[in-house]
Write a protein that binds this ligand. Structure first.
Ligand SMILES: Nc1ncnc2c1ncn2[C@@H]1O[C@@H]2COP(=O)(O)O[C@H]2[C@H]1O
Ligand SMILES: [Fe+2]
Length: 274
């Protein structure tokens, strides 16, 4: 297991910036349902910079690329390079791991699955990708890695990251693409009471629920948004967004989603999918 020790700027807390589902292309004009994903990604980065928020690390929770190219991952890397904080990433259903790995080693992107964040927290990054299909599944090896990390550090509060949502979000078309072996995942989590939160991407919308006493969070994409509680594929008018999370020493977590102002980067609302 690759470990990383993340120093915290403030001894009282660790702050994370989550960016998810950037769906970037090699081509700067590449677009998803009418949204130029490099432009929306950069608008989000500009808004984060303008907000002058401080954070200790960036976490990117999958679907970084839409076209599988090494250049699309370079675009991501170039975008976040305006900051010096480390970035931890994991794959989503649209990612192509050979291209992801081809941009490493990187001074900023750390290929780690287990992060000791400050003195009180650990972050575990899981790979829920099943190559070629949109739904997720955790292999026995991933479940064992999660169990081992949590067993190794029972004294640390834990944040678990994966691309796919491990419970139904409320949209039929999207929930068929959730984590399929969610029960096995929740069994592992249930054995470790120090797990405080699960953080996902994939559903291109904000989610904040409690399941088995654990907070489950999902975050808007930096490009297109899906409408909550929809039986069929439907896009939302909301703007691209991101999330900040503050992990306190006592195990509590404060978080907020932020979005670009106004209705910008509007997609083709009549699209039936992609
Ligand atoms: N109309 C649709 N019905 C079902 N799944 C879809 C549809 N359109 C796109 N998808 C898939 O559902 C996924 C949900 O978010 P992703 O970004 O992973 O990419 C999407 C596609 O892989
Ligand atoms: Fe996505």
């Amino acid at each position: 297991m690759q470990n990383y020790t993340l120093p915290q700027a403030d001894p009282a807390s660790v702050v994370l910036l989550q960016i998810t589902d950037t769906h970037l292309f090699a081509d700067d004009s590449g677009s998803l349902l009418g949204v130029a994903t490099k432009d929306s990604f950069h608008a989000v980065l500009d808004a984060i910079a303008a907000s002058a928020c401080t954070f200790d690390a960036i976490v990117a929770t999958g679907d970084i690329s839409q076209d599988h190219t090494e250049a699309s991952y370079q675009r991501f890397s170039e975008g976040i390079a305006r900051w010096s904080q480390p970035c931890f990433w994991l794959p989503g259903n649209h990612d192509y791991q050979p291209s992801m790995q081809a941009v490493l080693p990187s001074p900023q992107i750390k290929p780690c699955h287990h992060v000791l964040a400050g003195d009180h927290w650990q972050i575990i990054l899981l790979d829920s990708q099943v190559v070629g299909v949109p739904h997720g599944e955790l292999s026995d090896a991933q479940l064992a890695m999660l169990d081992a990390a949590l067993t190794q550090h029972p004294e640390r509060h834990a944040l678990v990251l994966l691309h796919h949502h491990p419970l139904p979000a409320g949209s039929t078309w999207l929930d068929q693409h959730q984590l399929h072996n969610a029960e096995a995942f929740w069994q592992v989590v249930g054995r470790h009471p120090q797990v405080r939160a699960i953080l996902c991407g994939h559903i291109h919308q904000e989610l904040d629920r409690i399941h088995q006493g654990v907070r489950v969070l999902a975050t808007p994409s930096t490009c297109i948004q899906f409408q909550p509680d929809s039986h069929d594929f439907a896009l939302d008018q909301k703007s691209p967004g991101w999330r900040l999370l503050t992990l306190h020493a006592n195990g509590t977590l404060e978080t907020r989603v932020q979005r670009l102002d106004g209705h910008c980067f509007t997609p083709h609302f009549d699209a039936a999918g992609y």
